[in-house]
Design a protein around this ligand. Structure first.
Ligand code: GLY
Length: 337
């Protein structure tokens, strides 16, 4: 019997296993991240370790180009990172936003949680904090991100996220100056490749839950832009007495509705995870029918679900699950509505 099978048997032995726990669930088909988080639990690591390892695997692999270094260059060509980690037992959290020149954003988020009394650090100051905590600083630009940036400049900086400015942002690059509301047609920017945050939830067999996120945000974003991923209650939320949720998608819209917090509160009120996820998506849909986004939810008994908003390019949402049903991560999907 292999070492991982021995660990699997020990962790999932019926005497110890409580309903469907332990459980790892994460957004998108980022299988290696699920496997890394599950292996961490199997080896006796904590749920925080599992969330950190899962996110870090995606950061290293640059999952879909939208997690980690060398992706989503902003208007100045730089890649900046956002991440969040939350402990559902203590309600402690650490978040980092607009992190520059440090690859391991989830590690920095955890360091903020464990080595400060704060909840979130941002920008150059977060980089300085990370350096002081021993994280390596390096350029996050790669040949690929440089090429994306160069092509974008050549294409008159399209798409971009400016409005009510002169020159016309649908045709020209910066610098821009503000002008009165020009009633510009609403532009649809989002697609499956510009918002693929990893959001991950890990439960141990005792029901301790942690959740986290990591992303490089939105391609061609305005420097300083922060999405939903590092915002607690938006990108993720965890409370061991209830469960956890994590979201992915158009963070500029989604953060206005705190979908992860809403889903956890729905589960607290007795709603099952799939319905809680649907309610969180419906709340956003009421105002932004064409937003791009999805959410995963899991409750303290290890039941889980997901939901997504049906838009062109997102008809079905894929996510990964590891629990005692299988010793390899399972690809799951949900039809968007
Ligand atoms: N959900 C990732 C972002 O919008 O930054």
């Amino acid at each position: 019997m292999s070492t991982s099978m021995i660990y699997f048997t020990l962790m999932c032995f019926p005497t110890f296993a409580q309903t469907s726990l332990p459980l790892v669930i994460n957004t998108w088909s980022f299988k290696n991240a699920t496997a890394a988080a599950w292996a961490t639990l199997q080896a006796g690591g904590s749920v925080l370790d599992a969330v950190e390892k899962g996110c870090d695997r995606c950061q290293e692999e640059q999952c879909d180009g939208s997690v980690g270094y060398g992706g989503s260059p902003d208007e100045s060509g730089e890649t900046t990172l956002d991440a969040l980690i939350m402990d559902g037992n203590t309600m402690e959290m650490g978040a980092v936003a607009d992190l520059k020149r440090v690859k391991n954003a989830i590690g920095v988020a955890r360091a903020i949680m464990e080595h400060t009394e704060h909840s979130m650090l941002v920008g150059e100051s977060a980089t300085l904090f990370a350096e002081n905590m021993g994280f390596v600083t390096e350029d996050l630009t790669t040949a690929k991100s440089l090429d994306m940036f160069t092509q974008w400049l050549k294409g008159s900086c399209q798409p971009n996220y400016r409005k009510n400015v002169f020159p016309n942002p649908t045709k020209s690059c910066r610098p821009y100056k503000p002008v009165a509301n020009t009633r510009m047609e609403k532009r649809l920017h989002t697609n499956i490749h510009s918002h693929d945050t990893i959001g991950i939830i890990a439960f141990d067999r005792y029901g301790h839950v942690a959740a986290g996120t990591s992303t490089n945000g939105l391609t061609h974003k305005i420097p300083g832009r922060v999405g939903d991923s590092p915002i607690v209650g938006a990108g993720a939320y965890a409370d061991s007495s209830v469960g956890a949720a994590a979201a992915t998608g158009d963070g500029d819209v989604m953060m206005r509705f705190l979908p992860s917090f809403l889903a956890v509160e729905m589960m607290r009120a007795g709603t099952d995870p799939s319905a809680a996820c649907e309610m969180a998506i419906s709340r956003i849909k009421r105002h932004y029918a064409d937003f791009f986004g999805a959410i995963i939810c899991a409750n303290a008994t290890g039941h889980y679900g997901a939901a997504c908003n049906k838009v062109p390019g997102l008809l079905q949402f894929h996510y990964m699950v590891s629990n005692c049903e299988s010793d390899t991560p399972l690809l799951k999907s949900v039809e968007c509505f």
